[in-house]
Design a protein around this ligand. Structure first.
Ligand code: KG4
Ligand code: ZN
Length: 331
């Protein structure tokens, strides 16, 4: 029997509701971006985010259900992101999901936001084989995650300072390219020789699978002081970030003997990173997976997919589910 899961995602600055059947059929995928609300501040303002989620979440649930062509009784389970993220933002989704699960008398499934990003891959390729290695790169995380099976995650590397997306956002702000920074940097650097200036690559201790991007930000600031153009700096910065991400992911893949490498999270929308990792994985004889761009940035379809595998395992949450802003993968 098939199961339709209504999934809610409110961890940061997108209010999103999706209806996903059996972890693969996306019947509805509604995303309301708050980017215009936060743009004038140059970043996400937590209090503004919570208020917008509050205004948007109920109408978006109605919209998603209508798009899916289902009535409330056809919803088999309710899923929600309960961390990591902004506590006030998470609480809006968690509270809405609990109320809905209670009213419909359906099981509630709590999903880790990063798990959701990884599962965006299973949404399009449910046949992915384990063990696999996923590079999760978003505004808040740069994680190398080894996955031994569904729901079995081990963190094998991570950032010691800024997350990759955070570095993109900060450098974009420094160069007055706007917010969010990732797409702005990609656009500004397009067609420009990334080798016109050199920026440092932080590999840390030999063999380390950790990342550090704060030095790169400082180096970019120095180039700006020297009068280099935003496009030249953007191209060099993007190249430096992607080089380190790709190298370390491939080192980890070799060390843990995986057959598949996945890319996930908002920064996975970056063209240079997608093609760079795809080429290196292919050259090493590994299978490479990456969600379509639309499913890389925050959405609820990925949460509905991750929730399906939890549902199959009978991994349900109680109505005492709480937001956990610092939730780690595997917790
Ligand atoms: O996963 P996501 O939508 O939200 C979080 O969970 O953080 O990721 C957002 C991050 C932002 O830092 C944004 O600048 C970055 O993903 N991003 C990109 C691109 N599109 C979004 N970074 C590089 N290139 C892109 N095309
Ligand atoms: Zn995210």
């Amino acid at each position: 029997m098939s199961i339709a899961i209504l999934a809610i995602e409110t961890s940061c600055d997108e209010t999103a509701v999706a209806v996903v059947e059996d972890g693969v059929r996306v019947l509805a995928d509604s995303v309301h971006s708050q980017v215009p609300d936060h743009r004038k501040y140059g970043g996400v303002v937590p209090e503004v985010a919570s208020r917008r989620h509050l205004e948007t979440v109920n109408p978006l649930m109605e919209e998603a259900l209508a798009r899916a062509g289902l009535g409330w009784p056809r919803v088999g389970a309710v899923a929600v992101t309960y961390g990591p993220g902004l506590v006030g933002a998470l609480l809006v989704g968690v509270t809405a999901a609990k109320a809905l699960a209670f009213a419909l008398e359906r099981p509630l499934v709590g999903v880790n936001h990063l798990e959701g990003h990884v599962y965006a891959n299973f949404l399009v390729r449910p046949d992915l084989r384990f063990p696999l290695l996923a590079l999760v790169v978003s505004g808040g995380h740069t994680d190398l995650v080894l996955m031994a099976g569904h729901g079995r995650f081990a963190l094998v590397g991570g950032t010691r300072d800024d997350a990759a997306g955070e570095a993109f956002d900060k450098v974009a702000r420094l160069l007055d390219l706007g917010y969010p920074g990732g797409p702005a940097i990609e656009k500004a650097g397009a067609g420009i020789d990334p080798g016109a200036v050199s920026l440092p690559r932080a590999y840390l201790e030999p063999g380390s699978l950790d990342f550090s991007f704060s030095g790169l930000k400082t180096a970019a600031a120095r180039l700006k002081q020297r009068g280099l153009s935003p496009g030249v700096i953007a191209a060099a910065f993007q190249r430096a970030v992607v080089d380190v991400l790709v190298d370390k992911t491939m080192t980890a893949a070799g060390r843990y003997g995986v057959g598949t490498v996945l890319l996930a999270g908002g920064v996975a929308a970056n063209g240079l990173l997608r093609s760079g990792l795809a080429d290196r994985a292919e050259a090493a004889g590994l299978s490479f997976g990456c969600p379509p761009r639309r499913l890389c940035t925050d959405n609820a379809a990925m949460i509905g997919c991750a929730a399906y595998y939890r549902f199959l395992r009978g991994d349900f949450a109680g109505l005492d589910l709480n937001a956990v802003p610092g939730l780690a993968l595997g917790d």
